[in-house]
Design a protein around this ligand. Structure first.
Ligand code: NAD
Length: 498
């Protein structure tokens, strides 16, 4: 049960082999020689010290990426060759899935089961999906007025800067790197300071797969130094960012004030999960639980406002509480564990502050609310009922295992309330009525609406936000647009017979 702390910590069966920056095909120290520790969220102890990249390292990495773009061979290789390298990489990911899963769990705290059965397969799948696009990206011939031959060339943008968060280190790597490579760009990727380890490992696998040096450069380091240098770099042609809305505003400003590089943003959320009176209640309880508690609640699209119709509200609250009480928390390497620790002390403190805020604003604390044990960052699965829209816990992104259940009366009301947020990343709709499902999914201002399901993340399905949850879409065909320039080439046709 939830009372079991992570007393006996399992030692992962993996070595930390790569802790240096990957620049121009080599693992190198930071120019400053500095390192910083990455911590085990189960204990707060140091796993390894990794190179702390800053402005000078970003410069070196951008230079390498520029050279690999301008001089090739990457953008000049045949599409088929580039596709083959991505496919070989996916095979290597599968070959090394156990080490990768162990490293991801060690650095992040998510369950080994999840790393092994969801994230590693999705990483390989995403690269195979984008490998399939490489030789299908092409322009058009355009029937313009006048006697012209007009064609469009779909060209890579150039050097892509990518900044990723800590909650899904490998999947965020995949969502960014997959489409950028497919379109023929070169990359400088900055990992999150909490989780630098797995990106280096897969960077090594990419070299093994035959990716030319300089195409994928990986810099670990902090936001205000390495991250800001990348966002404001004059020789970076495109920026993709995932993280908090506040930092999203900062990087957008840095891009605007440097060279106006286009920016795609995947930011925070406060996604509604709406349960109508005709829903299968047991399924809705289970999926609402999953929608919120998955990945320790550290999902940008977490279903963090559970709206339940008044007729089924009491039954739902009771069952949601019972489910949360059954959630098994502990060492994420242990079999049967559903929830590991939060990522770090900062996030742990933030979640605990929101729990106190919920209690102080008179929401009903149904269960949980405390730390588990006294080591690492484990939090009891927490459920609040009688939550009102104007409470902080119903407005802010908590990013932790805290479910907020709200009551509603009719469809129009819940559509209005669900949309009354600065965010618009995702939503869940639970009903057996096709009419209700269609009406509500069209009315919600959210980039993804899951009907009678949640967190379905196929590589082909676009993902992204309305409003302050960001702009642009990742995954699927839509992500290719982020990494392509369209060039119109206009040539007179001098023979009047044409
Ligand atoms: P963050 O936005 O600060 O960090 C995300 C990435 O941005 C990291 O790589 C970080 O180093 C980098 N960064 C930070 N400051 C930067 C700057 N000035 N210039 C350039 N890059 C910078 O997020 P966080 O502090 O790790 O987490 C805070 C909150 O963000 C969380 O509580 C959660 O609400 C939200 N969050 C959302 C997502 C998501 O997927 N949408 C992911 C992680 C965190």
């Amino acid at each position: 049960g939830t009372s079991s702390a992570a007393e006996d910590i399992i030692t992962p069966s993996v070595q930390v082999s790569y802790t240096q920056l990957l620049i121009d095909g080599n693992f190198v120290d930071a120019a400053s020689g500095k390192t910083f520790p990455t911590l085990d969220p189960r204990t707060g102890e140091v796993i390894a010290n990794v190179a702390e990249g800053d402005a000078e390292d970003i410069n070196r990495a951008v230079k390498a990426a520029r050279k690999a773009f301008d001089e090739g061979p990457w953008p000049k290789m045949t599409a088929y060759e580039r596709s083959r390298i991505m496919l070989r990489f996916a095979d290597l990911v599968e070959k090394h899935s156990e080490e990768l899963a162990a490293l991801e769990t060690w650095d992040n705290g998510k369950t080994y089961q999840q790393s092994k059965t969801a994230e590693i397969p999705m990483l390989a799948r995403l690269f195979r999906y984008y490998a399939g696009w490489v030789d299908k990206i092409h322009g058009l011939t355009v029937p313009a007025d006048g006697n012209y031959h007009v064609q469009t060339l779909h060209e890579p943008i150039g050097v892509a800067g990518q900044i990723i968060p800590w909650n899904f280190p490998l999947l965020m790597f995949a969502w960014k790197v997959g489409p950028a490579l497919a379109c023929g760009n070169t990359i400088v990727l900055k990992t999150a300071e909490q989780t630098p380890l797995t990106a280096f490992y897969v960077g090594k696998l990419f070299l093994e797969a035959g990716l030319p040096p300089g195409v994928l450069n990986i810099v670990s380091g902090f936001g205000p130094t390495a991250g800001a240098s990348l966002a404001s770099h004059m020789d970076v042609d495109k920026l993709a960012f995932t993280g908090s809305t506040d930092t999203g505003k900062v990087v957008l400003g840095l891009a605007a004030n440097s060279n106006l590089k286009p920016v795609t943003l995947e930011l925070g959320g406060k996604s509604p999960f709406i349960v109508f009176e005709d829903a299968d209640i047991n399924k809705a309880v289970e999926l609402a639980h999953f929608a919120l508690f998955f990945n320790q609640g550290q999902c940008c699209c977490a279903g963090s406002r559970t709206y339940v119709h008044e007729k089924v509200y009491d039954e739902f609250v009771e069952k949601a509480k019972a489910r949360a009480l059954k959630r098994v928390v502990g060492d994420p390497f242990k079999k049967g564990i559903e929830q590991g620790p939060q990522i770090d002390s900062k996030q742990f403190e933030k979640v605990m502050r929101y729990i106190r805020s919920g209690v102080e604003s008179n929401a009903t604390l149904e269960c949980g609310g405390d730390q588990i044990g006294n080591k690492g960052y484990f939090i009891q699965p927490t459920v609040f009922s009688n939550v009102k829209d104007d409470m902080l816990i119903a407005q802010d992104e908590i990013f932790g295992p805290v479910q907020s259940i709200l009551k509603f009366r009719d469809v129009d009301e819940v559509i209005r309330r669900a949309n009354e947020t600065r965010y618009g990343l995702a939503a869940g709709v639970f009903t057996k009525s096709l009419d209700t499902a269609n009406r509500v999914s069209r009315a919600l201002k959210a980039g993804t609406v899951w009907v009678n399901c949640f967190d379905v993340f196929d590589a082909a399905i676009p993902f992204g936000g309305y409003k302050m949850s960001g702009n642009g879409r990742e995954k699927g065909i839509y992500s290719l647009n982020n990494y392509l320039q369209v060039k119109a080439v206009v040539t007179p046709l001098n023979n009047p017979a044409w």
